[in-house]
Design a protein around this ligand. Structure first.
Ligand SMILES: Nc1ncnc2c1ncn2[C@@H]1O[C@H](COP(=O)(O)OP(=O)(O)OP(=O)(O)O)[C@@H](O)[C@H]1O
Ligand SMILES: [Mg+2]
Length: 235
């Protein structure tokens, strides 16, 4: 589905991603884990075309993404829920969903809005409310639903559980697991490493712009160095 080879991304003199390669196969749930500043968000932004890569290649279903702008990537089946649940706060829930479906025909968008409200009944109750008045957990559900509007084959989620109460964190992980059951390919970046390794098929560990480890998620969860670095008491 996705194949990333040796990409580099810099912000001026700052090298944020230093030649990483990874792939996500159809139907897989793959997680990228790593400390703050490792380059995870930068990697996802590069995949969506939100920051330019200075070298390397990214393929979606075998097609080179380098010359394809953001909207074209969405049309081809990629979708993104950004870090910090960035919903449009002064727009209603309904209009946020419409924004996620702006590549669709009106008829198809209405159909998808109906589907999203079936899947997230809470959004139906709040459909005319400004998104900014929703709770953090509700905004995160809206951000995920908005990303699903375009009926993506591959969804990229950046820190969906960040800053949420433990009960809501569990709900968000359930949503991701359910989503995966529907056959959608998922690339997940998470600070909640324990929970994301528990639901993922495979994982990549990023440190300072590089991938330092990768493998089966269950095996990595048992790995002593991962436990020491990321799964210490309290996390
Ligand atoms: N717009 C920017 N301009 C300059 N430097 C940036 C910019 N965005 C990110 N960086 C730098 O690039 C590096 C990687 O940042 P990035 O946001 O990709 O990390 P991350 O792994 O997503 O971290 P976090 O877990 O905190 O979200 C950091 O050193 C960061 O300071
Ligand atoms: Mg980040």
């Amino acid at each position: 589905m996705l194949k990333v080879s040796d990409i580099h991304v810099s912000y001026g003199p700052v090298a944020a991603v230093k030649g990483i390669s990874f792939d996500v196969k159809k139907g897989e749930l793959v997680t990228i884990i790593g400390a703050n500043g490792a380059g995870k968000t930068t990697t996802l932004n590069a995949l969506m075309g939100l920051v330019p890569v200075s070298s390397g290649s990214m393929l979606l279903k075998g097609e080179d993404l380098s010359k394809i702008p953001v909207e074209g990537r969405i049309t081809r089946g990629l979708s993104f829920s950004p870090e910090g649940r960035r919903v449009f706060k002064s727009l209603s829930v309904l209009d946020n969903l419409r924004a996620g479906g702006n590549i669709l025909s009106k008829l198809k968008a209405d159909e998808r809005i109906h589907d999203m409200m079936e899947q997230f009944p809470l959004l139906r109750e709040r459909s005319h409310q400004d998104a900014g008045t929703l709770s953090g957990g509700e905004q995160q559900m809206l951000a995920i639903a908005r990303a699903l509007m375009s009926q993506p084959s591959c969804v990229i989620l950046d820190e969906p559980s960040l800053g949420l109460a433990p009960k809501i964190v569990s709900q968000v992980f359930e949503i991701i697991r359910d989503l995966r059951e529907t056959g959608v390919t998922i690339l997940l970046v998470e600070q909640n490493i324990k929970k994301s390794l528990a639901i993922a098929d495979r994982a990549y560990v990023m440190e300072l712009g590089k991938i330092v480890k990768s493998g089966n998620a269950k095996e990595l969860a048992e790995d002593q160095s991962i436990q020491d670095s990321y799964l210490a008491a309290g996390s």
